[in-house]
Design a protein around this ligand. Structure first.
Ligand SMILES: *[C@@H]1O[C@H](CO)[C@@H](O)[C@H](O)[C@H]1NC(C)=O
Ligand SMILES: *[C@@H]1O[C@H](CO)[C@@H](O)[C@H](O)[C@H]1NC(C)=O
Ligand SMILES: *[C@@H]1O[C@H](CO)[C@@H](O)[C@H](O)[C@H]1NC(C)=O
Ligand SMILES: *[C@@H]1O[C@H](CO)[C@@H](O)[C@H](O)[C@H]1NC(C)=O
Ligand SMILES: *[C@@H]1O[C@H](CO)[C@@H](O)[C@H](O)[C@H]1NC(C)=O
Ligand SMILES: *[C@@H]1O[C@H](CO)[C@@H](O)[C@H](O)[C@H]1NC(C)=O
Ligand SMILES: *[C@@H]1O[C@H](CO)[C@@H](O)[C@H](O)[C@H]1NC(C)=O
Length: 924
């Protein structure tokens, strides 16, 4: 029996597919079988997501198939809902076999082609939803039997031509959506008499004609959307009969005239959108009676007169857009009483007077009053708008200063004040607007500097400050802004060097044009200086693109600016005064005991023109080179280096801490081996070599200063002191825990490994050269300095530099062995032993000297190595880590350099000691 059935169906399919195209009449075959119809439909479409996989032609009925619903009694298909199934292809004739179908929804697929004229055969249809497909063509007159049709949506397709007249026959329609097609011509007149119609959406087509007064029949209408068509004429009085209207959108047409008085009856209406038409006249007072209004958009019309004060009654109003009309007179304060407002747009009118006080609008996010004739100040109340994200007051006549209160608008993303007569300075309170992304203040009369706080606004993308009278120096930190896209400061009076790095390396010349005193490579003007060889180098730029050989300018005005950007380094040490190195500035002369004051080597590092008068002729030979973008000497930093700030002394010289005026701490090393130092060129070449090495476990060199008799190295300041101090000089109750010690060893190894990878030998590794930062991470300092010596003299290295006994590799004593980076590995090995045992490399006792590595070696050989481990740890350490680390230290101190591991291997081994499981895997 089944076999027979199947055979029958095959024959039917054969007829349908093969014969039907040949013979149009054949479609009248008795194919009332829903399975057959659906299978044919399926065969016509592509189903890439296999949504129709359950549609099996062998089933007796389709009632269990995805998207199909049958009436329970008859098992005939009444509903087909295939929304969002990603189907493409054409709508074949299969569906028209479903003679009991009531609801057909194929929305949001990719179906294409025309509507089949056979559509009219499905007379039971109540819902047709073909929206969101690719259907096209003229909709045929298929609605002759649409007595049951309640909902039709053809939205978002590519239908064109007239809306078929037969739609007038569908008197039961309650929802019509033909939006976003290319329908043209006028509407079938019957539409205006569908008394059940609740929703009419014809938006975004090319329809013409007027709204007839018979719209009064549509007393069930809730939503009317005719936007973006070519409708014209006036709004008829009849609209006042549609008392249930909640949303009216007539925007983007050519409607004209005044608003009919009858509209005031539409008290349920929440959205009234009439933008971009040709409406004119006053906005009537009765608008205040449409109490449900949430969105009122009259923008882009020809309304005139005063904005009615009755608007204050619209307590639900969220969006008020009256922009681009001809409103005049002053701004009605009453509007500011609409507590629910989120957005106000009054831009491009002819409004005069002062800006309204805005304080009460706690929810306001958008305020645009641009393009009017407002005068006077920006009210302080602007700072109360905590939710405000966009404020546009541009193109008015505001003529006072920008209030500090602007910083209270903490949510601002966009601030536009351009095209006014604002004067005074940009308030630094703007730094509180931490989300600020776009800042436009061009074409005003602003003066003073760019506040440094601006450089903290990390979201900044577009900044336009052009055409003002801003002056002063540009904060260097601006170059750290990560998202900057536009920074226009043209037509101002800035007189410093342009920041370098980041966005500023590629800033367009037009963005900085017309600042007569601005210098930098972008403006093609080297930054001049009172010094003949003044340069601030960007290590990334190829050699001296900022020329160092330009003669100093004779222009008087220029000279003033030069002084303000040049850097003077003054040393107030008596000895240096005598040899006249550079100018002397005693900034902080304190009364001290005779002994200490005589030795108080007060070193003043001063920047800015404050001290210009103190520059001596010898200053001419000074040269400051900044290697790091973070080091800012431009903001007028000056600081005092004196003996009280001495951090320590090493083989190469004393180190002082100083705080620049911008709060940035640096450590400055004054090289004392000046007699050994090479020529300026050699010095610079070598310093630059290790100056560009950057690693989190290396103390960064931020810059240097050179004169023939004084060399300074400017380092990052590391706050936690030296490893030596923590191990040997800390109070008894401070004990480095095992994990901290291990991290220090590992970090130091990483720093050294990086150094070696950069072809730099440290030569001077010891615990006093390992600094600990505030996170407990070690940073290796003082590297590479041996390169500054005229030659690698073993005697000098061992006696002057390797002054700390115990760390020096044995090859220093042997003239035949080449000194390689393995000498650092030796020193590091000693450092490991020192960290684990807590003992100095060499301890002097009353009548004995204990050498640490010998002591540990003996202990290992005798099998009581655990006793070597720092007793301060009180046994709180994992033996399985401590012993291998200690043995590793011994391996590093091998007398034969090639037996020592290299630093990269050391890092790996240490990491495996920390994670023994990986070690086993590696071994196993
Ligand atoms: C539909 O499937 C259910 C189980 O999934 C089954 O019990 C029922 O008989 C099926 N109905 C038809 C009409 O095939
Ligand atoms: C939509 O259908 C067309 C042809 O009908 C096809 O070329 C296109 O790839 C389909 N797009 C998607 C997203 O399936
Ligand atoms: C706006 O109205 C004024 C006077 O009422 C008229 O002169 C002007 O042409 C109108 N503009 C438009 C675009 O209709
Ligand atoms: C701002 O402009 C108005 C009108 O031109 C003028 O009365 C007022 O004095 C100006 N205020 C300032 C501070 O310049
Ligand atoms: C700008 O301010 C200066 C004084 O600060 C004044 O002389 C000048 O007229 C102002 N320019 C404009 C366009 O307001
Ligand atoms: C900036 O200009 C103001 C006057 O407009 C002046 O008083 C001030 O000294 C200038 N500042 C600098 C750094 O040139
Ligand atoms: C130099 O270039 C590197 C990488 O290109 C960059 O990280 C660094 O910030 C630059 N330094 C300066 C001072 O521009």
């Amino acid at each position: 029996m089944r076999g027979l059935l199947k055979m029958k169906r095959l024959i039917e399919l054969f007829v349908l597919f093969v014969l039907a195209p040949l013979c149009a009449r054949c479609v009248n075959l008795p194919l009332n079988d829903d399975v057959l119809g659906l299978i044919v439909f399926k065969a016509d479409v592509q189903d890439p997501k296999l949504k129709l996989a359950t549609w099996n032609e062998d089933d007796d009925n389709p009632c269990n198939w995805t998207g199909v619903k049958c009436s329970p009694g008859s098992n005939r298909v009444v509903e087909l809902n295939l929304d969002g199934f990603s189907l493409s292809g054409r709508l074949g004739r299969g569906l028209f076999q479903l003679e009991f179908l009531q609801r057909l929804s194929l929305a949001k697929n990719n179906l294409s082609g025309n509507i089949n004229p056979n559509f009219s055969r499905v007379g039971n249809l109540q819902v047709i939803d073909l929206s969101g497909n690719n259907f096209s063509g003229i909709v045929p007159d298929v609605f002759s039997q649409c007595g049951s049709l309640r909902v039709i949506s053809l939205a978002n397709n590519k239908f064109f031509g007239k809306i078929p007249d037969s739609l007038s026959l569908c008197g039961s329609l309650i929802a019509v959506n033909l939006s976003s097609n290319q329908f043209s011509g006028s509407l079938p007149s019957g539409i205006w008499s569908f008394s059940g119609l609740r929703s009419l959406d014809l938006s975004d087509n090319a329809l013409v004609g007027e709204i007839p007064n018979v719209i009064e029949n549509l007393y069930n209408l809730r939503t009317l959307n005719l936007s973006r068509n070519r409708f014209s004429g006036q709004i008829p009085d009849g609209i006042g009969n549609c008392l249930l209207l909640r949303s009216i959108d007539l925007s983007g047409n050519s409607f004209s005239g005044n608003l009919p008085q009858t509209m005031q009856k539409l008290v349920l209406c929440g959205n009234l959108i009439l933008s971009r038409n040709l409406f004119e006249g006053d906005v009537p007072e009765w608008i205040g009676g449409m109490k449900s209004l949430e969105t009122l958009d009259f923008s882009g019309n020809n309304f005139t007169g005063r904005i009615p004060s009755t608007m204050e009654n619209l307590q639900y109003l969220k969006v008020l857009n009256l922009s681009s009309n001809g409103f005049t007179d002053s701004f009605p304060e009453s509007v500011m009483k609409c507590q629910s407002l989120l957005a106000i747009d009054f831009s491009h009118n002819l409004i005069t007077g002062n800006l309204p006080a805005t304080g009460s609008l706690a929810k306001l996010q958008f305020l645009n009053l641009s393009g009017n004739s407002f005068v006077g100040p920006i009210p302080e109340t602007i700072g109360d708008l905590k939710s405000l994200s966009i404020l546009d007051l541009s193109s008015n006549r505001l003529n006072v200063t920008i209030p500090d209160a602007i910083g209270g608008a903490v949510s601002l993303i966009e601030l536009k004040l351009d095209g006014n007569f604002l004067e005074g300075e940009i308030p630094s309170s703007i730094g509180h607007c931490s989300s600020l992304t776009n800042l436009f203040m061009s074409h005003n009369n602003l003066t003073g500097p760019i506040p440094a706080a601006l450089a903290k606004l990390s979201y900044l993308q577009n900044v336009d400050l052009s055409f003002n009278n801003l002056n002063g120096t540009l904060p260097k930190q601006l170059s750290n802004l990560p998202n900057l896209h536009m920074f226009n400061i043209s037509h101002n009076d800035f007189n410093s060097e342009l920041p370098t790095g980041g966005f500023f390396n590629t800033i367009s010349p037009s963005s900085v044009a017309s600042n007569p005193s601005l210098c930098g490579s972008v403006v093609n003007k080297s930054c001049p200086s009172v010094l003949p060889k003044p340069i601030v180098l960007n290590p990334n730029s190829t050699s001296d693109s900022i020329s160092s050989s330009l003669p100093p300018s004779n222009n008087h005005r220029r000279n003033r600016n030069i002084l303000s950007i040049s850097v003077l380094i003054a040393i107030g040490a008596a000895a240096f005064i005598i040899i006249g190195v550079i100018s002397i500035t005693i900034l902080n002369f304190r009364v001290q005991s005779p002994t200490s004051s005589s030795s108080a080597a007060a070193l003043a590092l001063s920047v800015g023109d404050d001290f210009s008068h103190s520059s001596s002729p010898d200053a001419n030979s000074g040269k400051l080179v900044v290697l790091s973008g973070e080091l800012d000497f431009s903001t007028g930093a000056h600081a005092l280096l004196n003996k009280d700030c001495e951090l320590g002394r090493g083989g190469f010289g004393a180190v002082y801490r100083t705080v620049l005026r911008d709060g940035h701490s640096v450590a400055i090393k004054k090289l004392t081996v000046s007699s050994l130092v090479k020529s300026q060129e050699d010095f610079e070449r070598e310093v630059r070599k290790f100056g560009i090495v950057r690693h989190q476990n290396l103390v960064a060199l931020e810059g240097y200063y050179w004169t023939p008799s004084l060399q300074l190295l400017i380092y990052e300041f590391v706050s936690g002191g030296s490893l030596y101090g923590l191990l040997h000089e800390a109070s008894d109750d401070y004990v480095l825990r095992w994990n901290e010690r291990f991290d220090i060893i590992l970090g130091t190894a990483k720093g050294l490994a990086h150094l070696h990878q950069s072809n730099t030998i440290h030569y001077n590794i010891k615990s006093s050269n390992v600094l600990i930062d505030c996170n407990g991470q070690p940073k290796v300092g003082d590297y590479g300095l041996a390169r500054l010596l005229p030659m690698l003299d073993r005697y000098v290295l061992s006696s002057k530099i390797q002054s700390a006994l115990g760390y020096m590799a044995p090859e220093f004593a042997c003239r035949t062995v080449k000194i390689t980076e393995k000498c650092d590995v030796y020193g590091f090995g000693i450092l490991i032993l020192e960290v684990v045992t807590g003992k100095r490399p060499v301890e002097y006792m009353e009548d004995d000297v204990a050498v640490l590595c010998d002591m540990v070696r003996v202990a290992v050989e005798e099998g009581n190595v655990e006793e070597c481990i720092d007793s301060k740890l009180r046994g709180n350490f994992p033996v399985e880590e401590a012993i291998p680390v200690l043995k590793l230290g011994l391996i590093c101190t091998s007398h034969v350099p090639s037996n020592r591991p290299d630093m990269r291997e050391m890092v790996k081994i240490l990491e495996m000691i920390k994670c023994p499981s990986e070690l086993q895997e590696e071994l196993g």
